[in-house]
Write a protein that binds this ligand. Sequence first.
Ligand code: F6R
Length: 615
Amino acid sequence: MCGIVGYIGHREAYPIILKGLKRLEYRGYDSAGIALYDGTDIKLSKTKGKVEDLEDKIKKEITTDGTLGIGHTRWATHGVPNDVNSHPHYSNSGNLVIIHNGIIENYEPLKQELESRGYIFHSDTDTEVLVNLIEDIKKNDDIKLGKAVQIALNQVIGAYAIAVFDKSKPNEIVVARLGSPLAIGIGDDEFFIASDASPFIEYTKNAIYLEDEEMAVVRRHRGVSIRKIHDDSLVNPYIQELQLHLEQIEKGGYDHFMLKEIYEQAHAISDTFRGRLLTDKAIIKMGGVEDNMKKFLNADRILIVACGTSWHAGLVAEYIFEDLARIPVEVEYASEFRYRNPVITENDLVIAISQSGETADTLAAIKLAKSRGAFVFGVCNVVGSSIARETHAGAYTHAGPEIGVASTKAFTTQITILTLIALRLARAKGTISSSDYRHHLFELEMIPEKVNQALESDYMVKQIAEVYKNAKNFLYLGRGYNFPVALEGALKLKEISYIHAEGYPAAEMKHGPIALIDEDMPTVVIAPRKGHYDKIVSNIQEIKSRKGVIIGIVTKGDVTVRELADHVIEIPETLDCLSPLLTTIPLQLLSYHIAVMLGKNVDQPRNLAKSVTVE
Ligand code: F6R
């Protein structure tokens, strides 16, 4: 949940680290800090707040010379976000300095032990315990920093990506990972360390992604040596060529990443199709599915595990798998699944959905399912992420980097992948006729163009946002395939505008939420022509007869809902099962415009972080 950056080489470290932290702020933005080695001493500055607050503070506080440094942007787990709890943290001697992403679960007994030996702690963090543990080991055994880090990490329980350096040996940074990502960029006689490759993409295309339980000593002029933390074996570094491009991680003229990502969806969905949807040959080709077709076809049921928006994509998939491929599906919050004692057998096939591929609860659910013998298939966006590696097989969404904290293109591309899988299985099982199958492929291929048409509603959505931006509550209703879209629309509004919103199956409204209806609460009703249209029209009438306000999401040319609703937003016509890919678009725009009008920080909503790597 935190972002870490480090540099050692021949350039000034400060601008690289500062820019890197700005790129990693999506991972957490409660506080930030930097430590630089200026040739004689460590210069450290940290503050509660965002990286721009840190930048202001640094101007007043420290000089920024030096070719070695580390930086951190934090999403608080231990201790409130304040200056003292911010990273980096010094050891008691002031010689060592550390940054950490993750949690040390057994920090209490370690802290007590260190306190009994005279160590003093200034913060409430687990990280300060770790750096002093390393110092204690290094001092007592008179050993090198790398060895001390290794011994310390063998004593801790938890998750970490760390970077630490010693001012008395300022030619190396020691890094390690378990459960939190860590990449090392290999430049020309310079090295970069970061939670992902975005901080160093303009300097090098070569990177090593540390695996879990690996640590590395990164030495100036000498390179990187990697070993296993627990058994001390040496690891041959695998240098990957990065596919990331600078323009993918910049706003490209948009005011916010979220808006850019909403507008990128047609392109992102086309990228998801690439090489997989071959409409002219009536083929869907997905390596991970083909190679494991028997597992898919013989599964008694499919269990989907995910969190948040990815869970909503899983709900859409439940409808489509059952509808087209006639396979029973259950969708579980990964966070609940892992803490009960679920019935899972070898005959279950588990699909784990995650944009980041790092969500701790989803990762734990996967491990649980694997331990009970289930085959686990991953749907991830981030290539090489922990979930992608932990699953038996999978398919990447190829949506490109999603930086806005509120998920948008990840959702539509996840639905796209899951639709491709459902159609492929339906074809293999014979639960869809050949002509229907071709029709679905044809309609699917039209989706990117229709997404762009749906985006043309932006101007109208903005006008509606202006009218309702001060509403205290919103209700979102949908039926069938669009019930999960109602949940997703409500989640988007809540998380970036802080307006209370509820998503509900439209027919359930009369079992309770209808009591909330009055002229002050807008109800967004997703009412495309295909799919329970008459029923949803009745629901709209029920709301209107109680003086409710209706914003209808309708198919182009709709007349009936237009007559009843206060506002309508049109989307192009498509198949019922593909409609979530279009109905979602105006809901994303509505939440975006309301949040902007209320002056909220759209890309970095309060209390949130992009990848939730804590339980
Ligand atoms: C909402 C949002 C979150 C994530 C959830 C799962 O906009 O972004 O609800 O969907 O934290 O994250 P991933 O998909 O990375 O596992």
